[in-house]
Each structure stands twice: as structure tokens, then as C-alpha cells.
Ligand binder design. Structure first.
Ligand SMILES: Nc1ncnc2c1ncn2[C@@H]1O[C@H](COP(=O)(O)OP(=O)(O)OP(=O)(O)O)[C@@H](O)[C@H]1O
Ligand SMILES: [Mg+2]
Length: 415
């Protein structure tokens, strides 16, 4: 088609197993799992080719993107999203198939790609611009804008290896967004950096999308995806599971997560970690049965293996896939944890009524990830009473509440 800017045909990518590689986990992986350190993740059965020590990160992926489309790529950890983007940005070669790109493509990939550690911030701006085919004068004319957006001016002549990951990301995003690519490819930048910068990035991506340029955007924040993108592709197990209008594809994705959560945790194949201790069951109950706002509720995590070796952590996500809050038994307060399971009790539950899911992890004391399961369980919270008030479901107004008190006319006067 005439206005096709990306044509991906039968893309496949095999990685060799056991070879030192660059598949270091992203910061966002660590945030999402609530685990502190993540060991290299284990491949799941279906994609491992036992004879050849190969792992198929992608298989037979075909899609087409037209000029001006704002496309989201969504899917669980390890699905192959970043691999698709890296192929489009020509950072990795597909094992078979091909991707044809028409126009200048600016990419902001996981922290760790694109910049040269030894070069200064300024040199990296010029280098990146040059890679995108910009002339020096062109880059110079954009320099102030880039530096201003990034907020790293005082460090502009410092090698980027001395940057914090947040600074690094700020500069990388500023470059990718200001060099006026025809196609902007952004991989999950939003979890790194502070809230204000995230907002600025989302605003910028939205602006670029509005100027009619093509954007491909990978994110686990489904509410942001919903806002920014008019089309989404769902990737699972290295293949395309759905492609269409964003709302529909998100719905499909959430349904698969819920279905997965219903599957027996002990036998779930999709998990990561070295597996010496593994989660086998999660029980979630409220004081009177069903979890209810304002009442006590309890999560019990059962595991196989020596539980004294590990800490248990979990993150609660709302129905849009946004993290609500997380908990870690390494930060418990009541002395040694003993017994045959980890129990976390809310006294009381401050979640608003709605549907939630959790990612759960076991991390060994020396910080290695033993087991991490996305969508390990789902649960519903019913409306209830907190501090004498009814806590209702109010879509779009957040997922937590807290005991509170209203007055009129007088200052708080805490002292
Ligand atoms: N260089 C590599 N060597 C070996 N395996 C790799 C390499 N890069 C990625 N993989 C594997 O390929 C699969 C797909 O990885 P990819 O990074 O594309 O997933 P993703 O969908 O971006 O996941 P996430 O949401 O966690 O970022 C994963 O199982 C990953 O471990
Ligand atoms: Mg990724």
C-alpha cells in the first residue's frame, strides 16, 4: 500500500541459549516484579528447541504500519515486544523474515541501547543525530531544545556512563523525540524517571502523534496505551495474538491474564527465576469471605522448597494494568517469619471495589530471583464501610482510599 511505512514479513528471531548475551533485565522488569534482582529468565517450554539449544523469541510475525498510525505493542514479560522493536531499529537481525522501513526511524529502546558510555552527553546527541541521517547544522539547531527538554545541561560534557539511569533516559528520550523522525519507536520508557518526566514524555509522544508522524509504543501501562494509541498489537509467546483497535486488543489481553490466573499456579509454565523455591498456591480472602473495602483481608502464599531461604513480594495491579501498590516480606515488622506459608494481612483493605491482579515473586536472601509469576492471581474487592463511610467503586478516580475526615472553615492546626 502506498502509505505503508513499515512492512514486517514473517519475522522470526532465535537466540542461542546459554550464550552470554545482552538480555539483562530492564529496570522496569525489576519494578514490575517487586523483586530486587532478577536472574536471567528461564525460557518457557514451548519456545525452547531442546535439540539445538535455541530459543525462539519471535516466530512468524507479520504486520504493516501506515503513516500516521500510533501503534501500541503490548503483551506479558518475555513475549517478544522489545525484540520486534530492536529488529525495526536494526539493532538485531531477524533470523528469518524481513522488515522494510520507509523514512527516518528514531528509536528509544531499553536503557542500555543507543548511547555510547564513554562519550559525553553532547557527543551522544551528535552521534545519534548522525545515525538518523541529520546534518551537523541540523543537530546544532536542535541542541538547545534537546538539552532543555532533558534537563541534564550541567552534565552535558560528562561521559554518559556517569549518568544515573534517570538522567540517561531523559537525554535519550529528548534526542529521540526532537530529531524529528518520521517514525518514532519507544520501548517502555515510562517506568524509569520521575512522575513529572513521565508525564512530559507521554505529552511529547502524544504531540508527535498529532503531527501525523508514525509512533510505535511498547508499554505495560495500559491506561497510557489506551490514551495514546489508536491501534494495538498483542504479542504472546513470540507471535501476534491480536491486532486491531486499542480497546479491543487490551480487552483480549486482560482476558488472557485472567484466564491464566485461574490456571493452577504450581504447574504454570510461564514464570521466571531459578526455581529452587516456587510458588504453588495463593489464597486471597476477606474477613467475611470475599475481600471487602474497609475490612481485613489476607493473602496466603504457599511454596514448594525451603521457604526460610526466601522473601515473598507482590504487586497489585488495577484492571488497567497500572500498579497500585506492592509489598515485600523482607520489610515485615513482627520478628521472624515462621510457618509453612507467607501471609500478608491488610488491616484493613484500602482498595476500592473492583478487580485486581497480582504479580508475585520469591527472592532469595542474597537477592536472586527464585520464582516470579505474572498474573499469579486475580481477586475482586466488594464495596464496604471504612471509617463510617461507604467506599464505592468510582471508575476513573483511582483504586485506593484511606480513613479520612472532613471539616469546614477551620485550619487543621496540628500543633
Ligand atoms: N540477547 C538475547 N539472548 C537470549 N535470549 C534473549 C535475548 N534477548 C531477548 N531474549 C529472550 O527473548 C524473549 C523475548 O524477549 P523480549 O525482550 O523481546 O521480551 P519483551 O516482550 O520485551 O518483554 P518485557 O515486557 O519483559 O520487556 C525473552 O524470553 C528473552 O529472555
Ligand atoms: Mg521489553
Amino acid at each position: 500500500m502506498a502509505d505503508t511505512v513499515i512492512q514486517a514479513t514473517n519475522l522470526a528471531k532465535a537466540y542461542r541459549l546459554g550464550v552470554a548475551n545482552n538480555s539483562f533485565p530492564t529496570l522496569r522488569d525489576a519494578l514490575a516484579s517487586g523483586a530486587r534482582r532478577i536472574l536471567q529468565r528461564k525460557a518457557d517450554g514451548g519456545r525452547r528447541n531442546s535439540g539445538e539449544d535455541q530459543f525462539w523469541a519471535l516466530r512468524d510475525v507479520s504486520f504493516e504500519v501506515r503513516a500516521g498510525e500510533v501503534l501500541a505493542v503490548i503483551g506479558p514479560n518475555g513475549a517478544g515486544k522489545s525484540t520486534v522493536l530492536k529488529i525495526l531499529a536494526q539493532i538485531v537481525e531477524p533470523t528469518s523474515g524481513r522488515a522494510t522501513i520507509r523514512g527516518r526511524l528514531g528509536a528509544l529502546l531499553e536503557v542500555g541501547t543507543g548511547f555510547h558510555a564513554e562519550l559525553t552527553g553532547r557527543e551522544n546527541i551528535y552521534l545519534n543525530g548522525a545515525i538518523l541521517g541529520m546534518r551537523r547544522a541540523e543537530i546544532r539547531s536542535k541542541l538547545d531544545e534537546i538539552v532543555d527538554f532533558s534537563g541534564v545541561e550541567p552534565f552535558l560534557d560528562t561521559p554518559v556512563k556517569r549518568y544515573s539511569s534517570g538522567m540517561y533516559l531523559r537525554l535519550a528520550f529528548a534526542v529521540a523525540a526532537h530529531v524529528e523522525p518520521d517514525i518514532l519507536v519507544v520501548d517502555e520508557v515510562l517506568a524509569v524517571g520521575d512522575a513529572a518526566f513521565q508525564k512530559k514524555c507521554i505529552g511529547k509522544v502524544g504531540q508527535i502523534a498529532h503531527t501525523g508522524r508514525t509512533v510505535i509504543f511498547v508499554s505495560h501501562q495500559l491506561s497510557v496505551v489506551q490514551k495514546l494509541c489508536n491501534r494495538a498489537i498483542l504479542i504472546g509467546d513470540g507471535t501476534i495474538k491480536a491486532d486491531g483497535p486499542t480497546a479491543k486488543v487490551i480487552e483480549t489481553y486482560l482476558r488472557t491474564i485472567t484466564d491464566q490466573a485461574a490456571q493452577d499456579l504450581a504447574t504454570r509454565a510461564l514464570r521466571s527465576g531459578r526455581g529452587r523455591v516456587r510458588l504453588t498456591a495463593i489464597e486471597i480472602e476477606g474477613d467475611g469471605g470475599v475481600p471487602t473495602s474497609g475490612q481485613r483481608m489476607r493473602f496466603r502464599f504457599r511454596a514448594a522448597g525451603d521457604q526460610s531461604l526466601v522473601d515473598c513480594s507482590f504487586t497489585i495491579y488495577d484492571e488497567f494494568g497500572d500498579a497500585v501498590t506492592s509489598f515485600d516480606s523482607a520489610e515485615h515488622s513482627d520478628g521472624e517469619l515462621v510457618g509453612d506459608s507467607f501471609v500478608c494481612e491488610f488491616r484493613p483493605c484500602l482498595l476500592r471495589p473492583g478487580r485486581y491482579r497480582i504479580n508475585a515473586a520469591l527472592t532469595s536472601r542474597e537477592g536472586a530471583l527464585e520464582d516470579h509469576v505474572e498474573g499469579a492471581a486475580t481477586f475482586d474487592v466488594r464495596p464496604g464501610i471504612l471509617g463510617g463511610r461507604l467506599v464505592n467503586a468510582e471508575p476513573g478516580y483511582g483504586s485506593m482510599t484511606m480513613p479520612h475526615h472532613w471539616t469546614r472553615g477551620r485550619g487543621l492546626g496540628y500543633r
